[in-house]
Design a protein. Structure first.
Length: 335
């Protein structure tokens, strides 16, 4: 693995040079291809670089390298600490944060109407709520879709930012088996067989596996990931087609692997209340777009969500911190 990592590191070093010296932005895929050509990599070495690119970049940003900006694909600050998983889901956080709040369920927002000193929210059943302040936490995918009307329309700079940032896709395939048959490590990866295809798209098909049994022993569960263009295409397939494809990949390592006894599949792009997973910086993206979306309107409407956090976009941390910031702006803490 050290040799494979070294090949990838050399490729990324050239990409980093381009990042600092390109006159015009270009897709990250073009920069990776340029670097591999400069290094005169063999077909097998290209497969390795593309696999590492899927693991380190496409799964990280939920976006194919063809869509990512060379200039700003890795914009943001590193988070301090380790990744944490919640065995019972995000409700372990949300149930605590929601205590004492008046939350209206099954209320689909259709219209946000505002003036210089008032704001109202209309929902699909015709009911209208008025408020002194409003915090909008609609995901970027929902904002892009314009299914919620703003009256008057959002300022032009904010509309440009919303449409210019890319909203990526990462889906999970949770498979439960009657017994474990895989590695005892927390994560493992399966490359496409050598010679089967050197493209990143080929390597992106069910490459990463989270061993849930490592965190919750006895669950006999694997979580498989798909991101970027492949994730979008996978949403058009049936459950049985997807499970069969995953099992074909798994059986390249464990030929006698049994079929799962239960499964759960996410399709975030098809979810009308998400329309994707999280934000990435596409070609010709500007770092200011994040703060443009976050900018309040008339000190009346405030915006929060991972797409408003330049430093920590695409993370739960970024979403949570942006919410705190919006709340403090809307209702300043007492001194």
């Amino acid at each position: 693995l050290q040799q494979e990592q070294s090949i990838y590191d050399k490729t990324l070093k050239i990409v980093n040079f381009l990042q600092s010296n390109l006159i015009n932005d270009q897709p990250l895929s073009d920069s990776l291809d340029f670097a591999m050509n400069e290094l005169n990599l063999s077909s097998n070495e290209r497969e390795i670089v593309n696999f590492y690119s899927v693991d380190n970049i496409e799964l990280e940003y939920a976006t194919s390298c063809e869509k990512l900006s060379t200039y700003y694909y890795d914009i943001g600050l590193p988070l301090i600490g380790v990744d944490l998983l919640f065995p019972s889901g995000y409700n372990q956080i949300l149930d605590i944060l929601a205590q004492g709040l008046n939350i209206r369920f099954n209320s689909i927002v259709t219209l946000i109407k505002y003036s210089s000193n008032s704001v109202s929210v209309s929902i699909s059943n015709g009911q209208i709520y008025t408020a002194d302040k409003l915090i909008v936490t609609l995901p970027l995918g929902v904002l892009k879709s314009n299914v919620v009307t703003f009256d008057p329309p959002l300022p032009n700079y904010k509309q440009i930012a919303i449409q210019s940032l890319y909203f990526g896709l990462l889906n999970k395939f949770v498979l439960r088996f009657n017994q474990t048959f895989w590695s005892d490590k927390d994560f493992f990866y399966i490359m496409a067989p050598t010679g089967s295809g050197e493209s990143r798209y080929d390597q992106s098909q069910f490459a990463e596996y989270l061993n849930w049994d490592y965190y919750v022993p006895g669950t006999n569960t694997l979580i498989v990931f798909a991101s970027g263009d492949f994730a979008f295409n996978a949403e058009t397939l049936t459950d049985s087609q997807l499970i069969n494809q995953i099992m074909i990949k798994i059986k390249t390592v464990w030929p006698n692997a049994p079929q799962p006894i239960q499964y759960l599949i996410t399709r975030w792009n098809s979810d009308p209340f998400a329309r994707g997973s999280y934000t990435a910086c596409s070609v010709n993206c500007k770092p200011s777009y994040y703060s443009d979306i976050a900018q309040s309107i008339n000190d009346l409407i405030f915006f929060a969500g991972e797409h408003t956090s330049r430093d920590f976009s695409a993370t739960t941390n970024g979403a949570y911190l942006s919410g705190q910031n919006a709340a403090n702006l809307a209702i300043p803490p007492r001194k």
